[in-house]
Write a protein that binds this ligand. Structure first.
Ligand code: SF4
Length: 196
């Protein structure tokens, strides 16, 4: 039987899939609403769909997405089981350019609704665009990644590197972006395990 929760989420999804609020609706192949499991304590928010996400209608499915799955999997998180994944923008910007302010403003109702309905306990802000959607800061991600912030609905939020950034940085040495990501994801797991 469909719960109030399922109903609210499917209504937002249906509206989002047919959305024409900004010009990206003309160039998208698919609207990318979400991936993973809705009823999760953990939510990851990225930037916007890329080429493969746009083709498949699923977030984080290209090379960066595969790396993300690997990183999450190392500490026992999986999109089949315990994480909900979405983006700040639900449609792909042409050539993967940065989202424009008016596109982010137009699309914000969907992300806000996802957070309000799901009320995750932990929100991972994956990359600069997601960070700027929630934290009023111009501080670079390298300075604030791995730190905890208070999020909406009593959640805890942590900025983390975007996997596409990690793909451009091969090193795994101590202090490298990949090493830092590993520290961050272990910390997320530690706090997740303490949730009631
Ligand atoms: S990016 Fe967001 S606001 Fe723009 S058309 Fe897609 S769903 Fe609508």
């Amino acid at each position: 039987m469909q719960t109030e929760y399922d109903k609210a989420l499917s209504e937002v999804k249906a509206k989002c899939l047919g959305c024409q609020k900004c010009a990206l609706c003309k160039t998208r192949t698919n609207t990318v609403f979400s991936g993973g499991v809705p009823n999760s304590k953990l939510m990851l928010i990225g930037e916007a769909p890329g080429y493969y996400e746009d083709m498949k209608g699923v977030p984080f499915v290209g090379e960066a997405g595969q790396l993300l799955d690997k990183i999450l999997g190392c500490v026992g998180f999986s999109r089949n089981e315990n994480i909900y994944i979405c983006n700040t923008l639900k449609c792909r910007p042409p050539e993967n350019r940065d989202p424009l302010p008016d596109e982010k403003a137009a699309c914000s109702e969907y992300l806000e609704a996802q957070v309000k309905i799901l009320q995750p306990r932990i929100i991972l802000l994956c990359g600069r665009v997601a960070v700027q959607s929630f934290l009023n800061t111009n501080t670079g991600i390298t300075k604030i990644r791995g730190k905890w912030f208070e999020g909406p609905y009593f959640s805890k939020m942590m900025p983390i590197f975007h996997p596409s950034y990690l793909l451009r940085n091969e090193s795994r040495e101590k202090g490298s972006p990949k090493w830092l990501m590993w520290q961050d994801i272990k910390e997320v797991r530690r706090v997740y395990d303490q949730l009631d």
